[in-house]
Design a protein around this ligand. Structure first.
Ligand code: SDX
Length: 392
């Protein structure tokens, strides 16, 4: 065994682990959670039901789902000093900086005696992070806005509760729009897990050392922040705003093809999908439905559709099998719900938390070795030390 990379899955790369959780076929554009096609889960399930599926391997009975929802709801509050901690950040700190710092700090607030070898301790930590990620994310936004903390309203469902924590203000009543909540629940489902992507592999690698689960997920949040990964959804909206008009799409497609230009078409391409990302297809349709249901139009959607059309007719993208990925359209919906671009990647983190903790639990529950990726050494061959007086 080579240590961390110990499996050859037979498709020209090395696999870092075996997993029962999520299956991707990048050639066919297939994504399944525990064998269930993402299209069916998107159409018929809820985020907490999908969370149960990812954590425990099967769809829950109504009794099991009700108990799981109660468990998650019970842990939505954070220790009041977590809110104090958030208050210590500079007002315009990026919410991903707050999220990674605060989640890591939870190792100091919860389960001080956490034993990663105890299944009950592990399950409690997992449920806590699923429950608290929306609370911390919304608190980061409110810190920027200068608003007082909004406490979770446990009579609401997962997505409704997040919207209420994000947008309610003491001065007036706030009614959650059910269309917005359903759209958000769908986006959380679509972002829940994705096999061994960069942030999940990070969570597993940190977890392989026996580190505290809050530290593992904080490392995953840091990895997700990058524009090549979860930060792409924020970068897509910035790109669409920079393009500004359909007449300028060709200019940016040309830039994306220019090897001397670092610009890439954000929301396009994927390490595994060499076909349409099935999540992008679902989100593109949801964009139209949500905007129509909210009675909104958004020229950026037309711009995104034109950009997709031109790119998919261009040899450069066709030859490289570059298609829209999950990040290409998601921002259009977040924007329609009033969520600012700086909060787009935290939205990704809220959905992906269940994937991170499910994969961490899977690894922690099975005998495993510490992760230890190897390298190809390309440096100097052996040479002797030369004293500074002889170096000239
Ligand atoms: C996510 O791994 C996951 O599962 C991630 C994720 C998840 O759910 O966890 O799916 C979420 O991170 C989706 C990806 C979000 N990132 C972006 O949208 C950023 C823009 N995309 C790229 O930076 C890029 O496509 C990556 C990072 C996603 C993949 O990078 P690779 O592995 O270098 O892409 P590749 O090997 O497929 O590239 C092949 C060619 C290269 O050109 P050549 O050297 O062959 O000439 O395509 C080019 C690349 O330069 N290319 C692009 C491009 N993406 C790849 N050219 C222009 N624009 C792009 N977006």
């Amino acid at each position: 065994e080579l240590g961390y990379f110990t499996y050859d899955p037979g498709y020209g790369t090395t696999a870092s682990c075996k997993s029962d959780i999520t299956f991707i076929d990048g050639t066919e554009g297939i994504l399944r959670y525990r064998g269930y096609p993402i299209e069916q889960l998107a159409e018929r399930s809820s985020f907490l039901e999908v969370s149960y599926l990812l954590l425990y391997g099967d769809l829950p009975s109504s009794t099991e789902l009700a108990a799981f929802e109660r468990d998650i709801t019970y842990h939505t509050m954070v220790h009041e000093q977590v809110n104090t901690f958030i208050g210590g950040f500079h007002y315009d700190a990026h919410p991903m900086a707050i999220l990674s710092g605060v989640i890591a700090s939870m190792a100091g607030f919860y389960q001080a005696n956490l034993d990663v070898n105890d299944p009950a301790h592990r399950e409690l930590a997992a449920k806590r992070m699923i429950a608290k990620m929306p609370t911390v994310s919304a608190a980061a936004y409110r810190h920027y806005m200068g608003w007082p903390s909004a406490y979770p309203r446990n009579s609401l469902n997962y997505a409704e509760r997040f919207l209420h924590m994000m947008f309610s203000v003491p001065a007036e009543a706030y009614e959650v729009n059910p269309v917005a909540a359903r759209a958000l629940d769908l986006l959380f489902i679509l972002h829940a897990d994705h096999e061994q992507n960069a942030s999940t592999s990070t969570v597993r690698l940190v977890g392989s050392t026996g580190a505290n689960p809050y530290a593992c997920v904080a490392a995953g949040i840091a990895a997700l922040w990058g524009p090549a990964h979860g930060g792409a959804n924020e970068a897509v909206l910035n790109m669409l705003n920079e393009i500004g008009d359909v007449s300028r799409v060709g200019e940016y497609v040309k830039k994306a093809k220019d090897k001397n230009d670092p610009f890439r078409l954000m929301g396009f391409g994927h390490r595994v999908y060499k076909n349409f990302d099935p999540r992008a297809r679902i989100i593109r349709k949801a964009c139209h439905d949500v905007l129509a249901d909210l009675g909104q139009t958004d020229p950026l959607l037309d711009l995104a559709m034109e950009l997709e059309k031109i790119a998919l007719e261009d040899d450069y993208f066709v030859e490289r099998k570059l298609y829209p990925n999950v990040d290409f359209y998601s921002g259009i919906i977040y924007k329609a719900l009033g969520i600012p671009t700086s909060m787009f990647t935290p939205m990704f983190a809220i959905g992906r938390t269940v994937g991170w903790v499910a994969q961490w639990l899977e690894q922690a529950a099975t005998p495993h070795r510490i992760g230890r990726p190897r390298q190809i050494y390309t440096g100097h061959s052996a040479r002797d030390y030369v004293g500074i007086d002889e170096r000239g």
